[in-house]
Design a protein around this ligand. Sequence first.
Ligand code: PEP
Ligand code: MN
Length: 347
Amino acid sequence: TAQASDIEKVLQVIETLGFRGHTLPGENRTAIGVTGNRGSIDPAHFENLPGVADAIRVTKPYKLISKDARPEKSIIKVGNATIGGPELAIIAGPCAIENHKQLFTTAETIAESGAKFFRGGAYKPRTSPYAFQGLGEEGLKMMVEVRDQFGLNIVTEAMDEHGVDAVEKYGDCIQIGARNMQNFSLLRYAGKTRKPVLLKRGLSATLDELLLAAEYIMAEGNYDVILCERGIRTFSNHARNTIDLSIIPAVHRMTHLPIIVDPSHGTGHNYMVTPLARAGAAVGADGLIIEVHPCPEEALCDGAQALTPGQYLELVRQVQKIHDAVSEPVSNKNETEEKAMAESVPF
Ligand code: PEP
Ligand code: MN
């Protein structure tokens, strides 16, 4: 096995060649990904260094997100909890932070449900410039109070570099919204922080585009990325978006990153949220993000899809049961299959 000094040596060689090394520790081996190279690098540079088992050329367009880089699933630390481990992560709260009372009433319900993550937008990407845009930094400060009072970890969106700085300061996880999934300079900027990033799938992004967006963040050195399926645009018009649940097993097959499902934006309708949350848990998502409002009809943003506190508590009860029912056998089987696959695929 490789010593710390062996790893250091490989990183030095990579740097000498003018590239960037990314250390991805795993259970049985440490992978060191190389980025910054345009063409292929001669494996001879590394092959004979102490502790090096193999020098593998990755021909796929992504490197750090792939299982070649890290065969085990990533368990991402978010505040004092994790996403990607055996538990189903529940992130819940209002679409937007509106006022102290709305925020704290909702937070009380989220804490009561046993969820460990609280969401709430301070910077809202609204279709109309005249719609409520969020409370900004004032809202983030209220979120800090929520964390202090309820022990919930704070997930909140950043729309620009200023927002990333603010969320890095006050929050526990930086959400990059669907509309910014291909804002490459913003992705790079978030990649320079050391807070985990929740990356939502773009409104018409393919799987490859989503994964390459994650790769942008990781290429800057931030490996703590959580993906989110939040529905895409299709010809179908009975729901706000079409939740593409087949992306969950596809992501699990290709990457070590966790992926969660957003049945709120994915459907846009209160009555569809619980059924699609159940489906998300059943398909093996690592978590769910759910919008909750104490009085949905009065919400300043996304009221039609908000669950009442009572509906939300019932949803959590149901999805926990489904998660328990599907998690063990499915994940074991997938791992065995993945190992067999990894051994048979040349790269
Ligand atoms: C949100 O989470 O409130 C949001 C704006 O989501 P999306 O970026 O997926 O539309
Ligand atoms: Mn919303």
